[in-house]
Write a protein of this length. Structure first.
Length: 195
């Protein structure tokens, strides 16, 4: 895990316009971000399929444009990385839906390989829509889901990223899972939560 003080210092430099700080930050947290991306790839597609690096780099490109954010913590950075990965995955699933509906076929270079399988794309889009609705009702729960599910952050990292206690994260994570599962499955009971 990257040194919290170093990450905070680099975030502050980046906020003040230092592109070099962002590059140093990426080098410092690259392995952690890659692990987050790998988990997302495993969740949405075959774990051996190409695309982890593509997901990480696309999320990074979204992050480097965020110079107007008041960077405050390592947790906040990883929360925003989680959101960036979510956006990349959802954009990819939407692209697949358009193609399913006759959006035209084209050859795809290996570095643009699927990030989300066609079979799981509909599920991801349903989750994204349910999460958007949850965000309207309870933004704190939605942030917890983004951190835990899309970012793969621990309870403690999520607490740091969202500014709430670990106990609140645990309660929120359980409540959000039930609400999202209920909405996505039309009232079916949620499966037991893995610890």
């Amino acid at each position: 895990m990257a040194d919290v003080d170093t990450v905070a210092s680099l975030l502050l430099e980046w906020r003040h316009g230092s592109r070099e700080a962002m590059d140093r930050l990426l080098a410092l947290v690259y392995d952690e971000l890659r692990e987050l991306a790998r988990r997302q790839r495993f969740r949405w597609r075959d774990p051996d399929a190409p695309g982890t690096t593509s997901l990480l780099h696309e999320a990074y490109l979204k992050l480097v444009d965020q110079t107007q954010i008041d960077w405050q913590s390592r947790g906040q950075f990883f929360y925003l990385a989680s959101l960036a990965m979510r956006n990349v995955l959802v954009d990819n699933a939407r692209r697949h839906q358009r193609q399913k509906r006759g959006g035209g076929q084209r050859a795809v270079p290996i570095d643009e390989a699927e990030l989300v399988s066609r079979e799981r794309g509909d599920e991801l889009l349903a989750l994204d829509e349910a999460l958007d609705r949850l965000s309207e009702r309870d933004p704190e729960l939605a942030r917890i889901v983004d951190c835990r599910f899309f970012g793969g952050l621990t309870v403690e990292e999520t607490a740091d990223a969202t500014g709430v206690s670990p106990a609140t994260v645990k309660r929120g994570w359980k409540a959000a899972r039930v609400l999202l599962f209920d909405e996505m499955r039309g009232g079916a009971p949620a499966p037991p939560e893995p610890e």
